[in-house]
Design a protein around this ligand. Structure first.
Ligand code: COI
Length: 352
């Protein structure tokens, strides 16, 4: 694949404050751009990070044909930079693209484009504990046409951003029984931009009530839990880990979710993927069996939950320091990513 690279004349790396990395605040020197026109992907380019211009009639602005992925690259002590399971994100990107009637991105464009971009900006991959380079591939419909139809032209881009911890402390969670994130038949399983836009108002209202994130429930009964904020959710009932199954198409098939399940099973810990009712969570809480609860996602990795507010009552989780399962999984994932233990699953994709 031929990628034309135009390098920055002056890197902005000196402006990066590695001791204070805030999610999504700073962007690396370069970005990748590739357009889909006349039924084919054109040659990609890597150019200095900067604004893009487009027609005010562009499809995605009006009708939301827009989707993204979130991936992370890690720097080991020996300087090696690797990306965590990017091929899984490429596959999911195209699952989203099909549902949104958008062009699919070829594997080579996604993987090699990303690899070359990160190789070029490898100085931007932080190496402090818990930090990484957040990679944001995204695509949007670019027809300059406001008739309602799927776009014929698309733009695929990748930008990257050095990232530290997403949440600085355990999250306080509000169980949502007014708004709905996803219905069967909808787009809950995709990373379509609109999924996130529709959650802004409910999240804002939740924050005003003093909570960090929402535990989403199903739209029919408001009983079965789906996701937490923008993450998959796990509960530990006694010695068993439970997480909602993916069968209804309302939940994102998280790459972190999949990694957590695989690593726990390998450790001999029972994991159940099945519907989970809020009543069951309350019952386990009352019986002292709700031991741990956490969100799992690319940005936050493992985000412990300190309390759950549901229907006027608060369920307080035991102190985080006592949590064996989530602390194990958090360390295991970090050790694989920073090369402290062997990568037996071949999850790390070497950049350089
Ligand atoms: C993730 O953690 O996977 C996300 O998608 C979060 C992102 C929307 C910031």
């Amino acid at each position: 694949m031929n990628i034309k690279i135009t390098k920055v004349t002056d890197s902005r790396i000196d402006e990066l404050d590695s001791s204070n990395l805030q999610f999504g605040k700073q962007y690396s020197d370069h970005m990748l751009i590739c357009d889909f026109e006349n039924g084919a992907w054109q040659d990609p380019t890597i150019v200095p990070y900067g604004n893009i211009s487009m027609s005010p009639a562009t499809t995605f602005i009006h009708y939301g044909q827009s989707l993204f992925e979130g991936i992370k690259a890690y720097k080991r002590k020996d300087g090696q930079v690797s990306i965590f399971r990017p091929k899984d994100n490429w596959e999911r990107f195209n699952v989203s693209a099909r549902r949104m009637a958008m062009a699919e991105v070829p594997e080579e464009l996604f993987m090699e484009g990303m690899r070359q971009l990160i190789e070029l900006d490898k100085e931007w991959v932080p190496d402090s504990e818990g930090s990484s380079l957040y990679i944001r591939p995204f695509m949007f419909g670019t027809d300059a046409f406001i008739g309602v139809k799927p776009a014929d032209t698309f733009r695929f881009m990748i930008i990257t951003s050095p990232a530290g911890a997403y949440y600085s402390k355990p999250t306080r969670i509000y169980v949502q029984n007014k708004y709905v994130r996803a219905f069967p038949g909808g787009i809950g399983f995709t990373k379509a931009a609109g999924n996130y836009g529709a959650c802004m108002l409910p999240t804002l209202e939740t924050r005003k009530l003093g909570y960090d994130q929402i535990l989403w429930t199903d739209g029919f009964t408001h009983k079965n839990v789906q996701e937490i904020g923008t993450m998959n959710v796990f509960f530990v009932f006694g010695n068993t880990v439970v997480t909602p199954d993916l069968s209804e198409g309302t939940i994102l098939a998280g790459v972190t979710r999949d990694s957590v399940i695989k690593l726990l099973k390998e450790k001999g810990i029972a994991v159940e993927e099945r519907p989970i009712g809020i009543d069951e969570i309350e019952e386990n809480y009352r019986n002292g069996l709700l031991k741990e609860a956490f969100g799992a996602g690319t940005a936050a990795v493992i985000a412990p939950i300190s309390e759950l507010f549901y229907n006027g009552d608060t369920m307080m989780l035991p102190p985080i320091e006592t949590w064996e399962i989530s602390n194990f999984i958090k360390k295991e994932l970090a050790d694989i990513r920073y090369g402290q233990i062997p990568d037996t699953h071949s999850w790390m994709y070497k950049v350089c």
